[in-house]
Design a binder for this molecule. Structure first.
Ligand code: SF4
Ligand code: SF4
Length: 428
């Protein structure tokens, strides 16, 4: 359906809206599928990226060795596979830095997946890494088992190294590029995950062209940095750090890249937010949780089996249970998680409900709803200005590409128009 089939597998977190429009008073049936972002090494990482939201989570487990045990891996693999009512399952590995578990851990993970998979079930693995620990053995393993690698890279050297440094404050760019080279040599499939922040937000074309022309990636995800200023590392407080970009800058960043992409790269380079938007303009539900009406089916699991509502809410208030003590599916279908998912819709301010791009934005991720609307209502997304301008800007070209898809023609035909469409009008 989308320009490339850049689907749930490629999305950092997806939310198929299984709880959509379900009043809490009705009997809740378990979701047919859900995603768990698994952190076998917890928050432990060899880098010290200045904007990382996860490093502080180390303090949640003061006496831990931060290594997932074989028994927890076994329980996770069995329960996760059993809980999925669909024929495809994706194991998503993240951290911290998951490769710090060592290769033997992942060999064991593959063995357990083979043990527990149902006949005809397809199992996929996706792993997010900073790339600095990769070597030939890792890459051969990834290739052999078809891992999809998400590599964190923020742009050319001077932009990447602004915040992505090691524990000694030294830059990481050269090591990441060496890891990238190995992934390419071994033909491992990879996406680039680029955070957008104060240091690179003003140079959208430098970032995009670097990824397209020098990195040679076909798949890019942009992740806006909205980092709360507090000591706890939890989602609390209303101030953001200086590294956070403004909504306005995020909008300009996306618009600038979209304008280049839609004139020359459609069908060749896949930018996640453009793909998600095209899906929505084509009449599909948003394939990424942040733009879904509800969420709640993209959870996070710590190294000891503790499940939390979401990767961005690994904090005591959003602790759901431990899979060694309670079955994963029961936890996921329990009232706390259902409420979490529905709150995304039920707390949407009136300003969003009346907004002309609500159909694609849905108020964005709750973690960023820290502003007041012009009516004074709480819960407006910090990035609102950017979302409004970006989604309004792409309305006309999206309608054209959606019509092409409807006629079973490639959206890339829009490039034949030479940019002769109005990309400023809002959806009426
Ligand atoms: S809180 Fe945000 S990132 Fe987490 S599942 Fe909901 S929309 Fe997705
Ligand atoms: S653009 Fe702003 S007002 Fe509109 S739905 Fe998104 S966050 Fe709400």
């Amino acid at each position: 359906m989308y320009t490339n089939g850049f689907d749930a597998l490629r999305s950092k977190q997806t939310c198929p809206n299984d709880f959509k429009n379900t009043p809490l008073t009705m009997k809740i049936s378990p979701p047919s599928s859900f995603h768990v972002m698994t952190k076998p090494r917890g928050a432990i990482c060899n880098l010290d990226c200045k904007y990382c939201y996860f490093l502080k989570k180390e303090s949640l487990y003061p006496d831990s060795d931060f290594k997932m045990s074989e028994a927890t891996l076994d329980a996770h693999t069995q329960q996760y596979i059993e809980a999925q009512g669909v024929p495809e399952v994706t194991f998503a590995w993240q951290g911290g830095e998951p490769t710090l578990m060592g290769l033997d851990f992942f060999k064991q993970a593959i063995a357990l997946q083979k043990k527990y998979r149902r006949p005809s079930m397809q199992i996929h693995n996706a792993l997010q890494t900073n790339g600095t620990t990769l070597d030939g053995d890792w890459c051969k393993f990834f290739k052999q088992h078809n891992f999809l690698i998400g590599l964190s890279l923020d742009g050319p050297q001077h932009l990447h190294d602004a915040y992505r440094v090691d524990k000694g404050g030294q830059p990481s760019f050269d090591k990441v590029m060496a890891g990238l080279g190995l992934l390419k040599i071994h033909q491992v499939e990879f996406n680039i995950l680029t955070t957008v922040h104060e240091a690179n937000a003003d140079q959208p074309l430098d970032v995009y062209r670097f990824m397209r022309d020098e990195v040679g990636t076909q798949f890019i995800q942009f992740i806006p940095i909205v980092e709360r200023k507090n000591q706890s590392g939890h989602q609390e407080g209303y101030q953001v750090t200086k590294r956070s970009l403004t909504g306005k800058k995020y909008g300009q960043f996306l618009i600038t890249i979209f304008d280049e992409w839609v004139r020359r790269d459609v069908g060749r380079v896949f930018v996640q937010i453009f793909d998600v938007a095209l899906g929505v303009w084509s009449g599909q539900p948003a394939s990424l949780c942040i733009f879904g009406e509800t969420c709640g089916t993209a959870l996070a699991m710590e190294h000891n089996g503790d499940l939390y509502s979401c990767d961005h809410y690994v904090e005591p208030r959003h602790f759901l249970g431990n899979i060694r003590e309670q079955n994963m599916l029961e936890i996921v279908a329990g009232p706390q998680q259902v409420r979490f998912g529905l709150d995304k819709r039920d707390t949407l301010p009136r300003y969003c409900q009346e907004c002309n791009v609500r159909f694609v934005c849905n108020g964005g991720c709750p973690k960023n709803r820290i502003r007041r609307s012009p009516h004074g209502e709480e819960g407006l997304n910090y990035l609102c200005e950017g979302y409004k301008s970006f989604f309004s800007h792409i309305d006309e070209p999206m309608k054209i590409m959606a019509r092409l898809l409807h006629m079973k023609r490639p959206p890339a035909e829009i490039m034949l128009m030479g940019g002769k469409f109005n990309s400023k009008r809002s959806r009426s």
